[in-house]
Design a protein around this ligand. Structure first.
Ligand code: SF4
Length: 173
């Protein structure tokens, strides 16, 4: 994996000067829209164990194959995440596996895709009221780079399955 210093000098991210973020816990990023939530091997083991089912049943019922080595969580018919539960948190709804949710969920919005262009950034900001929230935490450009770098490091198998060859070469070799 590329060093952080190299990452910062080679990868161009779009980061507004006054980037702020705060999660309002609204669940909008878990609902209403089709998308991918990729799973690491240890997450597959952990979640299937917590559901008291074997790994094969978990993969069949709750995920679909994105590539040979990567699975993504399914959505319900209404496009909510398969683990969104309307009945929890006094009917406010929430993630039924919150404590063991995938790294991809934990790391949002610090994905390389969020900051890869102004257009991508604005699209994410339209989906998530926490991005650029006035009372959100102010992040320096270096802090954003660091968080995006950490996410890329943690989710290497996943990123290798969908980034273009040139970017993979820069990041991981
Ligand atoms: S959409 Fe944004 S503010 Fe709402 S839960 Fe997701 S990250 Fe938090």
């Amino acid at each position: 994996m590329i060093s952080f210093e190299h990452f910062q000098s080679l990868i161009k991210l779009y980061i507004p000067n006054n980037f702020r973020f705060k999660c309002f816990d609204c669940g909008d990023c878990c609902r209403y829209e089709a998308g991918y939530i990729f799973l690491l091997d240890n997450e597959i083991n952990l979640i299937s164990k917590s559901l008291n089912i074997n790994k094969e049943d978990f993969l069949r019922n709750f995920t679909f194959k994105f590539s040979n080595s990567v699975h993504s969580l399914k959505e319900k018919e209404n496009l909510d995440c398969v683990f969104w539960d309307n009945s929890i948190r006094n009917g406010k709804g929430g993630c039924s596996i919150y404590k063991i949710r995938p790294v991809q969920c934990k790391d949002f919005p610090f994905w390389i895709s969020t900051f890869s262009s102004k257009q991508n950034f604005e699209e994410q900001a339209n989906r998530c009221k926490g991005i650029m929230a006035k009372d959100g935490k102010l992040y320096s450009s270096k802090e954003v780079y660091k968080l995006v770098y950490m996410d890329i490091k943690k989710r290497e198998t996943q990123y290798k399955s969908f980034l273009d060859d040139e970017t993979i070469k820069i990041l991981y070799y």
